[in-house]
Ligand binder design. Structure first.
Ligand SMILES: C[S@@+](CC[C@H](N)C(=O)[O-])C[C@H]1O[C@@H](n2cnc3c(N)ncnc32)[C@H](O)[C@@H]1O
Length: 329
């Protein structure tokens, strides 16, 4: 009943939603892509804002940032986010992509809430555990992530956000314009494809003798294999108890191999076309998926501590998307 009501309200308000989608696409193509500001960073940000307005996961900072970003302008906020906000309020619907932590196994509609909940738990555990909590929190490929502005109670960490200059500058401008305090965060401009990117982090004050938690959410798929493996190896050099939490696509999807040769090709083409960003890296998720990622991590001197994935591993399905945490020895 709630879903029906939600759909009905959305249909009635669809002209406004369509205007929002047009403005979103216009701003993406007119401002974001020409200035090399990540377009894909808008998707997880938007998903977290939708969970916030549906009341399933609080993220006041992500919501406050809406209206102050190159793509999520005020027009997009009012024509898309606020319309869904109203539809959720009137219908009471909180399912599908609004759900949090979402169902298990997760599906293609709920993978972002699964991913968000996996990383929320990893951050919470690393920053607040009694034994050897992380003293530094590094968000690699931070995009419009807002975890540094809503730290778990009791966390005592130095925060770093790392991204390429255009995206980082757009975020800082947005934070300023929205009046969100950000002086406690060190912003580090760099490119993971450059071999010296870690030096930029150390120059910005990262202390390599402190237990560190690295969040690397939604990034590995955009990098080449060398950049991913080098990052794992750098993380492995951090002190005992340090962790890196990351996600990856199925290698079969990225390489257009069965069972994803068709859907992979459609996904790769549409992401290239709309956001002009390329999907490059994946790890095989053929059963047992755990062994495949373990091998990659062990070769980089890391140990897999947690793995979750969308869908099931039962043939003929293989997981399309995985979430993992690895620790140093
Ligand atoms: C899909 S977004 C994810 C953003 C954020 N982690 C989140 O989940 O909301 C990918 C981010 O990785 C960054 N990124 C991609 N390639 C990069 C590279 N070579 N060096 C640094 N950052 C990169 C993009 O600028 C973008 O902000």
């Amino acid at each position: 009943m709630r879903l029906l009501l939600f759909i009905l309200i959305s249909i009635i308000l669809s002209p406004i939603l369509i205007i929002g989608l047009i403005v979103y696409t216009y701003r993406l193509r007119r401002f974001s892509i020409p200035q090399k500001i990540s377009g894909t960073a808008n998707e997880p940000h938007g998903a977290r804002v939708l969970m916030h307005v549906a009341g399933t996961r609080k993220d006041s900072v992500a919501y406050a940032l809406c209206g102050h970003l190159p793509v999520y302008s005020l027009a997009v906020r009012y024509c898309m986010i606020e319309v869904f906000h109203l539809a959720c309020l009137l219908s009471g619907y909180k399912g599908s992509f609004f759900s949090y932590p979402g169902p298990r196994p997760s599906t293609l509609m709920t993978f972002i809430s699964h991913r968000t909940s996996f990383f929320d738990d990893a951050i919470n555990d690393a920053l607040t555990r009694a034994d050897n909590p992380a003293r530094q929190f590094v968000v690699l490929g931070a995009g419009f992530d807002t975890r540094c502005y809503d730290l778990p109670t009791g966390a005592d960490v130095k925060c770093f956000e790392v991204d390429m200059a255009p995206t980082l500058n757009a975020k800082i401008t947005g934070l300023r314009s929205a009046g969100i305090p950000h002086d406690h965060v060190s912003f580090v401009e760099t490119d993971f494809n450059q071999q010296t990117w870690f030096d930029a982090l150390v120059d910005a004050g990262l202390d390599t003798s402190l237990t560190t938690f690295i969040l690397w959410e939604g990034v590995t798929m955009y990098l080449n294999e060398d950049a991913v493996l080098d990052t794992f190896k750098l993380a492995a050099g951090l002190p005992e108890g340090s962790e890196i939490s990351f996600d990856y696509f199925s290698g079969e999807l990225i390489n257009l191999e069965p069972p994803y040769e068709k859907v992979g090709s459609r996904m790769l083409k549409s992401s290239m076309k709309y956001y002009e960003e390329e999907l490059l890296y994946g790890i095989s998720t053929q059963k047992p998926a755990r062994e495949k990622v373990e091998k990659v991590l062990n070769d980089c001197c890391l140990q897999l501590s947690k793995l979750e994935h969308t869908q099931t591993e039962e043939p003929p399905t293989i997981p399309m998307y995985c979430f993992a945490t690895a620790r140093t020895d």
